[in-house]
Every structure is written in C-alpha cells, then in structure tokens.
Design a protein around this ligand. Structure first.
Ligand code: 8IG
Length: 262
C-alpha cells in the first residue's frame, strides 16, 4: 500500500489535481476505445511512477493518462496497460494499478479485458459485462486473515447502468486462468461445466484487490476469439488486436457514456 501511495503522490504532482474519480484499466483490444473517453490532459510514462513497469504485451501502451470527464471537473485515470500474473512479477505487481487508483482518490474502477468466448452467440467483437468470476490462478492479492465478501463483487448498480446505455449487452462469468498459454479444449470444457462463459488471464485478482480497497467494480470483457476447441482455427494475438480495433466504435462509446454517468 505504501508503494501505491507513492505512486498516487507522483500522479497528483504530475497532473496537478489532488484526486481522480474513476479509474480504467484497458486490456487487450481496448486501447482505441480508451481514446474515446475524453480529452487527455496529461500522459505519464509508467516508468516515472513507482511500482509500474513497461508494457509486456504488444498492443498495450506503457503509460497512464489523466482524462477530463466532459466538463464535470471530474477526472478519469486511465491505465493503458496492466501487469499480468503470468509475467512472474508477483500478485502485488498485478494489483498495483488498482491500489494506486484507490490511493489517488478513485471510488470506481472499470476493468476491461480481451478474452475467449465460450458461447456461440458471442462472436469476436462482442463486449460482455462480467457478472461474476472464477479465479483459477490459485493465488490471492490479499494477505493474512483478510476475509473479504465477494458477493456482488461486480457492481449490480453499474451493470444496470451499462445495460441501460447498451440494452444489447449480455453478462457472463469470467474464468481466469494463469496463462500465458491459451487453454486446451479440455480446460475450456471444464470452464464451461464449472459455469464459466468467458476465459482470460486477468481481472479477477484486480477485482478482489479493488473490493478490498473499497472501490466499486465494473468489469467488461471483449470477446476477441472463440475459446480453444470452440473455434476451428488456432488462436492468435493478432486476431485479438484486430477484433479490438473493429469493436472500438461500440466499446469506446460504451466506455465514454458509462464514465460520464458513474
Ligand atoms: I484476448 O481464449 C484472449 N485472452 N485464457 N483464453 C485466455 N485468455 C485469452 C483468450 C483465451 N483470448
């Protein structure tokens, strides 16, 4: 938490504002959407902020931005990249952005990701609200006897707001695997039988840390590929980036309208 406070202090100094209100973490396929949230007032290199590392995944930018939310005077803190658990920097590094957001004054975090879809009615390019999760990483960002209730972890209030803005939005259960390899078809079948709808390599650890830090959480996945065994073709990261660009219109407008109403 001390590193998060140090990070928030640098953000306050560089942006000239005491606090930010809403934080967003942009996952695979969401970068262009992030450009549509509002006017970027300040961009800060991740390497200038304590605890942040350069982007490890192609298509993620290694910076964070302070964005004006309309003319409300409110600010969004947009992280252009995230640290994944598979990078091996430990769980604390994975949830550092979320803890920094809380230390920077945010009361809400919007966690976005690119993921594999388990439902045939969700072709690549479909955004899906996360209604709940299954954390298969076998780790937690919480230490010691920290018994946090995760009922309604993904805010029913914010999900209702998102569906009001885009009535075609579906919801689903996100299953986090450690990665970095994609699932085997057998693992995808397991996720299906366990009640999952989406498979990915992020978000659940961040959501847990966010709840612990008192943040309201909204999770939105962009289905960028059918999960292994559901698709006929092998998975590729290029496909992920292409689908993100193709979906930027719908996803960007959704993000902008949600942030304006949070
Ligand atoms: I983008 O099919 C993206 N991320 N685990 N499985 C997992 N993570 C992903 C996938 C996928 N697609």
């Amino acid at each position: 938490m001390d590193v998060a406070r140090a990070a928030a202090a640098v953000i306050a100094e560089r942006t000239g504002v005491e606090r930010h209100h809403v934080a967003l973490v942009l996952g695979s396929g969401w970068r262009e959407s992030g450009d549509r949230i509002g006017e970027t007032l300040v961009e800060i290199d991740n390497t200038d902020v304590p605890g942040f590392a350069q982007a490890a995944v192609k298509g993620h930018s290694g910076s964070m931005r302070s964005i004006a939310i309309g003319d409300t005077g409110r600010r969004a803190l947009v992280f252009g990249t995230r640290t994944h658990y598979y990078e091996g920097r430990g769980v604390r590094a994975v949830v550092h952005a979320v803890r920094t957001a809380a230390a920077a004054g945010c009361s809400t975090v919007v966690l976005t990701n690119g993921c594999g879809g388990l439902r045939e009615e969700w072709p690549p390019g479909t955004p899906v609200l996360i209604s709940d999760h299954i954390n298969l990483t076998a780790v937690s960002p919480l230490e010691g006897a920290t018994f946090v209730d995760l009922t309604d972890l993904y805010s029913p209030r914010l999900r209702a707001l998102a569906r009001e803005l885009d009535p075609d939005l579906d919801e689903g259960v996100y299953v986090q695997f450690q990665g970095p390899q994609y699932e085997t078809p057998a693992e995808v079948r397991m996720a299906q039988r366990a009640g999952g709808d989406l498979v990915g390599m992020s978000t659940t650890l961040e959501a847990i840390a966010a709840r612990h830090a008192g943040l309201e959480v909204l999770g939105i996945s962009l289905v960028t590929n059918p999960a292994a065994g559901i698709s006929k073709t092998p998975l590729s990261h290029e496909e992920v980036l292409e689908e993100g660009q193709a979906a930027a219109g719908r996803c960007g407008s959704l993000l902008a309208r949600i942030v304006a109403r949070i």
